[in-house]
Design a protein around this ligand. Structure first.
Ligand SMILES: C[S@@+](CC[C@H](N)C(=O)[O-])C[C@H]1O[C@@H](n2cnc3c(N)ncnc32)[C@H](O)[C@@H]1O
Length: 380
């Protein structure tokens, strides 16, 4: 666990009273936690009877309003503000002109983001920070399309309907779009393009942690089932040049994917509910089973089980919900799965039971240096 300390905050409503925030980052859960200490002795002007702010009160208020900063981030990513800002500092008027925005409104949005370390204003001009550079389209680990995707009106409005999920147990997305996320995307090419690119975007950090955790090079053929544009499979093939890769996803998702620089990659467009699965020594399913409730998950895994040779492995790559009550990426993604595609994140026991319903057995669960685990399943 890494930790850092932020400069003490001064609470204007309590004179000079200091609020000391220690920031702790846990890479195995992708969580940042704050420890707050209020230094009552920091103030000479503090009236004796003043009640210090309760850290719990502050935490609750921060969480309640965090969506405002998220929303600013979505819009800034959509408008390409980070792309418009080069390495040279820029005045707000110039930045507003290039991005087609109102200078004062843009300034206010950037001021909030800068207070969180995203962009920086120095001597009246705007500069990048390490975090704002991830919003650039040309950053090798760009997060721009992932941020844009979550800000798309069709996805953002589904979170407005969260209560629908709580009342009914159904996915909130279907309240406005009964066909569900993936059929909706098939009919909306612009949003579909952002979604597919977002999948690559969100995967950079996870792939770096997954590759060293499992020996993918032992397989002659690996099929990445619903592998998007092939980011995970291609990273594996780079490390394992003798392996043949098969990328399987919906035809419109893989339409533009072709092998590059001698890559041993075959691209198959299909539907995992209706088409037969390819033959392979290993089947990757990253962030797929979490998209679906048990009934559909069983259909997907059973189709693979039917096609797979007896020695093959099924490798489900997901953030597995831990027993511990603390923060974990899986608990956040679980809500996104409930709201958007109607799926869920699962515990190890839930994966064990799912496997058993598809004539598979969970052989091992390998943790990685991220919240993702590799669940290795074999035929029973
Ligand atoms: C959450 S994305 C995950 C993509 C990739 N595995 C990753 O981890 O980045 C889900 C993928 O499932 C694919 N998918 C959804 N329904 C499908 C279907 N019926 N047949 C094949 N692929 C499907 C989508 O096109 C999308 O690429």
């Amino acid at each position: 666990m890494l930790s850092g300390r932020l400069p003490p905050l001064r609470n204007p409503s309590h004179g000079d009273q200091a609020l000391d925030l220690s920031l702790r980052y846990n890479p195995s859960t992708y969580s940042l936690t704050f420890r707050k200490t209020i230094d009552m002795n920091a103030s000479t002007a503090l009236p004796r009877a003043a009640t210090p702010p309760s850290p719990a009160n502050i935490q609750l208020m921060q969480l309640t309003t965090a969506c405002w900063a998220s929303r600013c981030l979505h819009v800034v990513a959509e408008l390409g503000v980070a792309d418009a800002l080069s390495d040279e500092p820029q005045a707000i008027d110039a930045l507003a002109k290039v991005t087609g925005t109102h200078p004062q409104a843009l300034y206010r949005v950037l001021r909030l983001l800068a207070s969180l370390g995203i962009f920086e204003c120095r001597n009246g001009t705007w500069n990048h920070t390490e975090a704002s550079r991830f919003l650039r389209s040309d950053h090798p680990q760009s997060l721009r399309d992932y941020v844009r995707m979550l800000g798309l009106p069709v996805f953002w409005s589904a979170f407005e309907d969260l209560e629908h999920s709580l009342r009914t147990g159904d996915c909130a997305f279907a309240k406005r779009h009964p066909e569900g996320v993936f059929k909706y995307l098939t009919k909306h090419p612009k949003e579909s393009g952002i979604f597919d690119s977002a999948m690559t975007s969100k995967s950079h950090r996870d792939i770096a942690a997954i590759l060293p955790a499992y020996d993918f090079s032992q397989f002659v053929t690996i099929a990445d089932i619903a592998g998007g544009r092939g980011h995970l499979l291609r990273a594996i093939l780079k490390n394992s040049p003798r392996t043949q890769g098969i990328l399987f996803d919906q035809p419109h998702v893989v339409a533009q994917v072709a092998p590059e620089n001698g890559e041993k990659l075959v691209v198959v467009g299909g539907n995992f509910f209706t088409d037969s699965m390819p033959k392979a020594d290993a089947y990757l399913l990253m962030n797929i089973i979490h998209d679906w409730p048990d009934a559909e998950s069983i259909k997907i895994l059973s189709a693979i089980r039917q096609a797979m040779p007896a020695h093959a492995r099924v490798l489900i790559i997901e953030p597995v919900v831990p027993d511990a009550p603390g923060p974990h990426l899986s608990k956040e993604l679980d809500i996104a799965m409930m709201v958007l595609p109607g799926g869920m994140e699962r515990t190890r026991e839930e994966y064990t039971s799912l496997a058993a319903k598809c004539a598979l057995r969970l052989e091992r669960m390998l943790e990685t240096l991220s919240p993702y685990s590799v669940l290795e399943m074999v035929a029973t």
